[in-house]
Design a protein around this ligand. Sequence first.
Ligand SMILES: [Zn+2]
Length: 207
Amino acid sequence: MKEIPNAIVCEGCDAVYARIPLKRRQVSNCSRCGSELDRHAGDQNDRILPLTIASLVLFAIANLFPIVEIELQGLRSQTTLIGAIQVLAGEGMSVVAVLVLSTTLLFPLLQLCILFYLLLPLQRSRRPVGFGMLVKLMQRLRPWGMIEVFLLGVLVAIVKLSSMAQVVAGPALWAFVGLTVLLTAVLSFDPRAFWDMAFEPKEEQAA
Ligand SMILES: [Zn+2]
């Protein structure tokens, strides 16, 4: 199907509307079914940079501190994410190690760094070098960040291990929980909003 420029299709009933530029805090709704069609991204854009910075801080905590500490017959052992990946690689499970490394560490970190790189200059109405390519890359990376899957796996392992050993959740586990929530908010950021921000400065100055 050919895409019509500047058209919005209602997600509720498939009605097609022409896009009207919205002002701050304005929301447009479908006149047939009432579903939300479009929303001015201003407020969301202001929130997304602080959320990205908070995510980067949590990301650092999640990777530098131990996830769990296990105590079994007086022996204590703790592991960080990197430590767990090294063990996996050492046990001959290199494929799993690479998967965990990319989906839990590399891709989410890359996404956060790109977001930060794009949003910082956009706040001052400047478009950074490589803008179009990076917005596209963000889209490509989106399905590959799987911190929530990793977190679920860790929680299942903790429950199973807790019958055999004493398991204490480390600071990184809580950071992962927070990161899962923050990343959901940050990565639900509509990539179209980057373009709105990049082409919007005139309206901002006039206001
Ligand atoms: Zn509708």
